[in-house]
Design a protein around this ligand. Sequence first.
Ligand SMILES: [Zn+2]
Length: 432
Amino acid sequence: MNLRQITSTILLLVLTSTTASAQFSFGNYALQNVNIIDVNSNNVLYDYTILINNDKISDILPSKNYIANDTVQSIILKDKYVVPGLIDAHVHFATDPTEERRDNAEKVLKEMLLTGITSVRDMAGDARALASLSRNALVGDILAPNIYYSSLMAGSKFFADPRTIASAQGGISGKMPYMKAIDDNSNMVIEVAQAKGTGASGIKMYADLSNNEVVKIVEEAKRQNFPVWSHAALQIAKPSEIIASGVISISHANMLVYENDDSENLIKSWIDHKPNGKEKEFWDKEFEKMDFSELYNLMINHNVVLDATMSVLVMYKNHPKMIWRYEIGKRIIQQAHKKGVLIAAGSDSDQSTFVQHEMKLLVNECGFSPSEALVAATKYSAMATGILENEGTIEVGKKANLLLLNANPTENIEHIDDIFLVVKNGKLYNKK
Ligand SMILES: [Zn+2]
C-alpha cells in the first residue's frame, strides 16, 4: 500500500467502526494538512502537520516541511480545522448520589468527550465518586474527558445545606477531607494537606468565610503548592478580598455585585421591580449605578480568571426574583471582557448544557467574537483550572487534546458542533 492508501484505510477504520463510538490509539501518528486555530496568536495556521507521540504533541510544522515515513501513521485532514480540546471550567458530577448517579455521569461524560470536551473541572461534590470517575477516565475504563475536581471549604453554617449532606454520606458534612468546615481555630496545615490528599486538583471556597480565613487558606495552600478556586463572593469576604488573596479563579459573574456595601438593598429593589416594558433601559441604568473597574483591575493585576457561568445565569431569565442575576451578570461579563479580564467558559448547568452552549452565550449575549469564546473555553479554562502548562493550547509538549472540525469555528461559533474527530490524551474518538 502506498501512503495515501494507508491513510484512507486508517480513516475508514476510524470512521466506520460498528461500535457506538470508536476509540483508537496509534502511538505515533501525524495529523496532516490540517488548519490549526492557534488560540495564543488568534491566527489560523493553514496546512500544518501535528505529530503525536503517545499522549503528547511532539511536533508542529508546515506540511510542506514534513516528510512522511513508515513508522508514523498518517491521517490526512485536508480542509479540516483543529482547535484545542474544549475545557468546561464548571461542572458537577457527584453532588447528590440519588440525582447525579454514576450511570448518568458516565452517559453524560461520554457525550461530552464525543462532542470535543477533553477536560472538565468539577466544582465540588463527593470526591470519593469523583476520584473513581477521574481514574476510570484516565485509564480508559470509561469514555470521558479528563476530570479535575475540588475539595470544598466553607464556614460551618454552610454545612446544613442538603447538597453537602448528600455528598458526605457515611460521614459528617463539614468534616470530610473533601468538604471541610473552616473557622479561626482550624489547623490549616492539616486541613489543606487532607484536602490535597483526596486527589483533588484544588480547593474551592464556597461560602461563609471571612477575609481572615480566606487569607489563611490561600497562604497555606500556596505553601503546599495547591491551587485555590472560589465563588466570587463568600458572604463575608468580599470579591476584592478574594481576588487579592491569591486565588486563581472566581466563579459566577453576578456575585461581583456583593462588593457594593449597599448590595442587599440594591438586590431588594431589583426583586421588587415590576416589568414595565422598558426592561433594557431599566437594567442599563441599574448597571450604570455600579462601578466595577477596580475589581476588573484587581483581577487583571492578580491574574485571576473569571469563571462567568453565563449558562446558569441565563436560566434565571424568566424568574422574576432572580432575573437580576442574568441582567446584571451578562452586563458584567461583557464589560469585564472589554476591559481585559480573562474569562473562562464554565457551564454549571448540572449537565443540562455543555460548554459549547456557554461559548454561544458569550458570543450571542456578551459581545465575544467566536475566537474569543474559543480562547475562553480552552486557554483560559485551562488557566482557571491550573492546567495551562499541559493543556488548553496546541503546543509542542502539551497533551494531545484536540477537536477536529469540518468548518472554521472562528467564522461562525455554530461550527463548534460540526465535529470530525476528537483526540484526548493522544487517543482518537469519533461519534459514529
Ligand atoms: Zn457550581
